[in-house]
Design a protein around this ligand. Structure first.
Ligand SMILES: [Zn+2]
Length: 443
C-alpha cells in the first residue's frame, strides 16, 4: 500500500490527491479571512465602549487606566473553523512589580509582587502580605465590571457573558446576531500585568531564532517587557501559591514574530516574494480543531497553542524563505505536520520561549491523551488527511454544516447521491419514451 510506505515527515511521497487537497483547503482559508471584516467592526465597537466605560467607572479606580495590549491590529486569529473568535489583552496600569517562579511548574507560572508597599488602587487586589498580587481577585473584578458594562450599555444587543472557568484567564463574551442565527462570535477579555524586570531566567535561553530572524532581532525581542495573565496551573490539590499564580505570556512577541517572519526582511512585502508560512500554521490549526471536534473528550488538553509552538520550532529550523514559497505549500505543511506528529510520539514539545517546559508533559497533558493524539495523527497521515476535506462554503451541493466537520467523504456521498438520482431520472425518461412509441405503433 502506498499509504503504508509514507512515514513521518517524508514529503517525497505527497500524492497528487493530497497535494490538491492541501491547496484547496489553503484557498478556502484565504477566502474566509475576508469574511472576518464585519466581525472585526462589531468587536472594535464593543472594546472601544468597554474602555470608555472602564475609564469613567466610579466603583473601581484601579481599572480606569487600562489599555489594549499590542494596539494597531488588535487581533490575531485564534480559531480557524470558527474565525470569529477574538483575544483581547487589557493591560492594567500598575506600580513596579517583581516576579518569582513557582518551581514545580518549570518557568511558566509565577508569583507576582509589588516592589514596595503602596497606597495606590492596586492595594485592593493584594493578599494578606500586602505585596502579592492576587490573580483571583483581579479576575473576579474584571468579570464583575464586564458584566456591569454589558448590563448597562449592551443590554439586549446580543452579547452574553459565558460562565467563569477556573482555569481560564479570560472573561468570555458571546455574540449572537439577531438576523443570522449561525452568526456567533466570541471575545476573550484577559486582564494583563506588565513586568519590566527583564525576562525570567527560564526564558533566557529561548527563543532560538538567531538563524531564522537574526541575532539583532533576538536582542530586540528579549529587551521587551513580559506580560502575565491570571491563570493557574492545571491539576488538583494546588498549593495556595499556585491558586494565586500568573502565567507568563509571550503573545506580543509571538505576534511580532508572525508579522516579521522572513529570513530576509522583504518576505511577503510584495506579490513576488510571498511565502506560505502563515497558511501552514492555519492548516495545522484547522486540523487540530477538526480533531478536537471529533474527539472532544479524548483530546481535551490539546489546543491551538500546541500547533503554534510546533510551528515556531519548525520555522527556527527551516529558515530560508525559498523553502516556504507558495509552490512549496504541500511540502512545507507536511514537514510541519511531521514535526508535530514526532513531538506527540516522543512526548516532547518544548515551550518555544521556556525550553525546559514540556507542553506535552502531565498533568497538563496526560499520557493517555498523548497516546490518543499520536494514534489519530498517524491515522490522518495514513489516510491522506481526511479532516482537511471540509466542503468549500461556496459549493451548492454542500449542506449547511454550521462549522461542524462532516464525516469523512461527506461530500463524496452527496455527489454519489446526486449521480444516482440522475440515473433514475434518465431511466424513467427512457421508459416514458418507449411507452409513447408503443402507443403510436398500436394506433
Ligand atoms: Zn513571508
Amino acid at each position: 500500500m502506498e499509504s503504508q510506505r509514507r512515514s513521518i515527515g517524508d514529503d517525497s511521497c505527497i500524492s497528487p490527491e493530497l497535494d490538491r487537497l492541501i491547496r484547496q483547503r489553503g484557498r478556502d482559508l484565504r477566502l474566509r479571512k475576508l469574511d472576518q471584516q464585519n466581525a472585526v467592526k462589531i468587536v472594535n465597537h464593543l472594546i472601544d465602549s468597554l474602555l470608555e466605560f472602564l475609564k469613567n467607572n466610579e466603583d473601581q479606580p484601579f481599572f480606569r487606566e487600562v489599555s489594549v495590549l499590542t494596539s494597531g491590529s488588535y487581533y490575531e486569529m485564534v480559531k480557524i473553523n470558527k474565525p470569529n473568535e477574538f483575544d483581547i489583552m487589557l493591560k492594567l496600569k500598575v506600580p513596579r512589580l517583581t516576579f518569582s517562579e513557582l518551581e514545580e511548574y518549570r518557568g511558566l507560572f509565577y508569583k507576582i509582587k509589588l516592589s514596595k508597599p503602596t497606597r495606590t488602587e492596586i492595594q485592593h487586589f493584594l493578599l494578606e502580605d500586602f505585596l502579592t498580587v492576587s490573580a483571583t481577585k483581579i479576575k473576579a473584578e474584571m468579570h464583575r465590571l464586564v458584566r456591569k458594562f454589558i448590563n448597562n450599555h449592551f443590554q439586549g444587543e446580543g452579547w452574553v457573558i459565558r460562565r467563569n472557568l477556573v482555569n481560564s484567564p479570560a472573561v468570555t463574551l458571546e455574540f449572537k446576531s439577531k438576523e443570522k442565527d449561525d452568526d456567533v462570535m466570541s471575545v476573550d477579555i484577559v486582564p494583563t500585568l506588565e513586568v519590566l524586570q527583564g525576562w525570567p531566567q527560564a526564558a533566557r535561553a529561548g527563543p532560538d531564532i538567531d538563524r531564522w530572524l537574526g541575532k539583532k532581532c533576538r536582542r530586540q525581542l528579549v529587551s521587551k517587557a513580559v506580560y502575565f495573565v491570571p491563570k493557574r496551573p492545571k491539576g488538583r490539590n494546588l498549593k495556595d501559591d499556585a491558586k494565586e499564580s500568573w502565567r507568563i505570556s509571550f503573545s506580543h512577541i509571538e505576534k511580532e514574530m508572525m508579522q516579521y517572519h522572513g529570513n530576509k526582511k522583504t518576505c511577503c512585502e510584495g506579490h513576488s516574494n510571498k511565502c506560505c508560512r502563515k497558511l501552514c500554521l492555519r492548516l495545522l490549526k484547522c486540523l487540530i480543531e477538526g480533531l478536537k471536534q471529533q474527539y472532544p473528550k479524548e483530546l481535551e488538553p490539546l489546543c491551538s497553542y500546541h500547533g503554534k509552538t510546533a510551528f515556531f520550532h519548525v520555522l527556527s529550523d527551516r529558515v530560508q524563505d525559498s523553502l516556504w514559497s507558495p509552490g512549496q505549500l504541500s511540502v512545507s505543511f507536511m514537514k510541519l505536520f511531521g514535526y508535530f506528529e514526532r513531538c506527540a510520539l516522543n512526548g516532547s514539545l518544548p515551550h518555544f520561549f521556556v525550553l525546559e517546559h514540556n507542553l506535552f508533559s502531565p498533568p497538563a497533558f496526560p499520557k493517555r491523551a498523548l497516546a490518543f493524539l499520536t494514534t489519530v495523527l498517524r491515522e490522518q497521515r495514513e489516510l491522506g488527511l481526511p479532516l482537511l476535506k471540509v466542503p468549500s462554503p461556496t459549493s451548492a451541493l454542500v449542506p449547511d454544516t454550521n462549522g461542524v466537520i462532516p464525516p469523512i467523504n461527506g461530500t463524496d456521498s452527496i455527489v454519489a447521491f446526486d449521480r444516482s438520482f440522475k440515473h433514475v431520472y434518465v431511466c424513467l425518461l427512457a421508459v416514458i419514451v418507449c411507452i409513447g412509441i408503443a402507443c403510436v405503433f398500436k394506433k
